[in-house]
Write a protein that binds this ligand. Structure first.
Ligand code: BGC
Length: 752
């Protein structure tokens, strides 16, 4: 076991040049080590991607050389992991990722990615968990805790407001304060305060004009000041433009490194008095503390059980796939009585199980759905295969389609694998539409014309349009990208060896034109305006009362669940508010299953506009057929607050809230109303505020009425036009009931 570094001693011992060197990487994947006279003073540490597997490249490989990393378990990417709605399961994945990192002597695993899915077009949505900040934060925290339980640092990325790939290294996300606080930052905040990630990675983009890597509001005022974050902030790879400016703004470690220029720039800036040496010392101190956190595990190393991790990847994948539709309970199929099964679609033979880019893992092995289905079906039942379409530009689409039609005609049931080909979604690019490739759409039409028992299995890293084809098929299993063991998980689900329990963490819209960011994605001329504000995902579809293909939270199982006895208990007020929401859930079907109980809050009378409902709590419960259980979800003050941009702080406005509990954001089974104590929130009382705002205020209203009733009672109703008129305008009228001087005194008194 290595001795911990003596941080205080090192800070006084290290030279300016050594300190400057430490704050930039050694190369693509390692931090700088410092040795003197053959003695290691500060060891180096390796950082690698992340997030759903360890992508450790050869020492000399660069960033763009994405192939050829050491074998590692490819767990389901975030798009799938999110759909599990299961923090315990996600924690286990984190533990496994930590073990593999340790075995590879990697000190920092670059993940999780927790950016909000603002548009289904974002090319990197497969690396992100949800359109909702609560689920992103809860599952992100579980992953971080798991990874770090093994002595390996997680790196929560990409901080912040990195929601598209188009122009990602430059674009300015123009986002208002409320959307920032309520949608784009809470997952980071939750993870930082609940899971203590040892590192955070800042994003490439600008936020309201300022690069994240140089954004002192983001990295110092908010992260350090308000959130008390003690860990290290590193840059995304290449996100630093000006090393000195970034250090000053709180960016501790620039990655990658490899050149003398940034180091010299820091030395020069300190020498010339342009950079406070304390800024440099703070960054070095955080790096040294990180080394103390990870070096014991990295030095010790370890090994992991490849088979057990593969089995875990399969278990997790099984809980991530989402059964969207299952007419006449076509699924599950009986493996002993399935008849003639036609498996159609190249994706059944050449699975897509992860996305392309920096997260690309070399899997330890790969389960192929077709082989797993063949293995599962028993007795005299048969499985035939037809590719149906080419997965890339090569291949004779027409001939493949004709062959698939023949297979469909002769089959009792068709298992039709369609989805996005690898080139359709990857890091660095956004999609431009939501459709499946045209040859796959033609295949669905053709197959469905000859067989009325068609089950579609989807492989895609982000929502695709289902409108126009899903009515022709009986069942749809959204398989997302399920990781290296997804093939086995799909076979288990189709044949009932496991029950589907995944739920959507992103809405599946009917059309691209319905999506919240449609008019503002991906922006132009270096800017993207977040015009939909807080109305992201289901918050938007609900506000617009738009039909969607499948709502946020949706997912079927092979059984049914009943909800009854909703009870709410409110205790405390303001910051001490606590609300318990209890409900009894029973499995009313014939099979075991898992239900995700979701609790949504709304505040119809809030002073500032709020979404009709927002997810504030959830619990995944396993129930055997016939079993019932009471589920209790605890809400606290932050769940009730909204961000008030005028006051520049969160407010808990007292009043009535709606509590809705159910199986999806649009399958709400039980409702209750509660009243909570909180602050009064109303218009600001200034001299320029209108008469009616003053009247409505519990303090300002009586004060105003008293002031203007000096010469007898003032009849407000007599002059409606007065109501929207600013008090200052009224005070300036000849013969007004209040003078400008009295008004100034009134403003002071009302704001006491
Ligand atoms: C990605 C990060 C990744 C890093 C290192 C960047 O391009 O945005 O998510 O961790 O490269 O590969």
């Amino acid at each position: 076991m290595t001795e911990p570094l003596d941080v205080t001693a090192l800070l006084s011992e290290l030279s300016l040049a050594e300190k400057a060197a430490l704050c930039t990487g050694e190369d693509f994947w390692n931090s700088v080590g410092i040795a003197r006279d053959g003695q290691v003073l500060v060891p180096a540490v390796m950082l690698t991607d992340g997030p759903h597997g360890v992508r450790k490249q050869a020492e000399d490989a660069d960033h763009v050389d994405l192939e050829g990393s050491v074998p590692a378990t490819c767990f389901p990417p975030a798009v799938a992991l999110g759909s599990s709605w299961d923090p315990e399961l996600v924690h286990r994945v984190g533990v496994a990722l930590g073990e593999e990192s340790r075995a590879e002597r990697v000190g920092v695993l670059l993940g999780p990615g927790i950016n909000i899915k603002r548009s289904p077009l974002c090319g990197r949505n497969f690396e992100y968990l949800s359109e909702d900040p609560l689920i992103s934060g809860v599952l992100g925290a579980a992953l971080v805790r798991g990874i770090q339980s093994q002595g390996i640092a997680a790196s929560v990325k990409h901080f912040a407001v990195n929601n598209q790939e188009t122009d990602r290294m430059r674009v300015s996300a123009e986002v208002d304060a409320r959307a920032l606080q309520e949608i784009y930052l809470p997952a980071f905040h939750r993870i930082i305060t609940e899971a203590d990630p040892w590192t955070v990675m800042c994003s490439y983009n600008r936020i309201n004009g300022v690069y994240a890597s140089e954004n002192s509001w983001l990295l110092i005022d908010l992260l350090r000041g308000q959130w008390n974050y003690p860990g290290l902030v590193m840059s995304d790879w290449g996100a630093v433009r000006d090393r000195v400016a970034s250090l000053r703004a709180g960016l501790d470690l620039q990655m990658p490194g490899g050149g003398a220029r940034p180091v010299d720039a820091v030395i020069d800036a300190v020498t010339a008095g342009r950079l406070d040496p304390a800024d440099l010392d703070r960054a070095v101190e955080r790096l040294l503390r990180l080394l103390n956190q990870v070096l014991p595990a990295v030095t010790q190393g370890g090994s992991y059980d490849v088979d057990a991790h593969h089995a875990l990847a399969r278990e997790v994948a099984t809980d991530c796939a989402v059964l969207l539709k299952n007419e006449q309970d076509l699924l599950p199929l009986d493996p002993a009585n399935a008849g003639a099964i036609a498996v159609i679609g190249e994706l059944a033979r050449t699975p897509r199980y992860q996305g392309a880019g920096s997260s690309l893992v070399s899997p330890t092995r790969l389960d192929v759905p077709l082989a797993e289905i063949e293995r599962t079906v028993s007795g005299s039942n048969t499985v035939t295969f037809a590719a149906g379409y080419p997965i890339d530009e090569t291949g004779d689409a027409e001939a493949l389609l004709a062959e698939a039609v023949v297979a469909a005609q002769g089959a009792d049931t068709v298992l039709l694998f369609v989805g996005l080909p690898p080139a359709a979604e990857e890091e660095g690019f956004d999609r431009t539409h939501l459709d499946l490739p045209a040859d796959q759409l033609a295949l669905i039409d053709a197959v469905a014309a000859y067989n009325d028992r068609v089950v579609v299995v989807l492989s895609n890293g982000s929502a695709v349009a289902l409108d126009g084809w899903q009515d022709q098929v009986s069942a749809v299993l959204e398989g997302w990208l399920l990781g290296q063991a997804g093939g086995g998980a799909i076979a288990d689900l189709l044949f009932g060896l496991a029950a589907p329990s995944g739920r959507l963490t992103e809405t599946i819209p009917r059309r691209l034109a319905d999506t919240p960011s449609y008019l503002n994605f991906p922006g132009e001329q270096g800017q993207v305006r977040y015009g939909e504000g807080i109305f992201v995902g289901y918050r938007y579809y609900d506000a617009r009362q738009l039909e969607v293909s499948y709502p946020f939270g949706h997912g079927l199982s092979y059984t049914s669940f009943d909800y009854r006895d909703l009870r709410t208990t409110v205790t405390g007020a303001g910051d001490e508010l606590a609300v318990e929401v209890s409900v009894t859930v029973s499995n009313t079907g014939q099979r075991d299953g898992k239900e995700v109980v979701q609790v949504y809050l709304g505040q119809p009378g809030s002073y500032l506009q709020r979404p009709a409902r927002e997810l504030k709590g959830f619990a995944k419960v396993a129930l055997a057929a016939g079993e019932a259980t009471e589920v209790t979800i605890r809400l606290t003050a932050p769940d009730f607050r909204y961000f008030h941009p005028g006051k520049d702080r969160w407010v808990l406005q007292g009043g009535d809230f709606t509590v809705a509990v159910g199986s999806s954001s649009r399958d709400l089974r039980l409702h209750a109303g509660i009243t909570v104590d909180g602050e009064y929130v109303g218009p600001e009382l200034t001299a320029d505020a209108p008469f009616e705002d003053w009247l409505a205020d519990p303090i300002g209203g009586p004060l105003l009425l008293k002031a203007i009733s000096k010469d007898g009672p003032f009849d407000v109703a007599a002059d409606r036009m007065m109501l929207p008129t600013p008090l200052r305008v009224i005070a300036n009228f000849p013969g007004a009931p209040i003078t400008p001087e009295e008004l100034d005194a009134l403003v002071v008194a009302a704001n006491g």
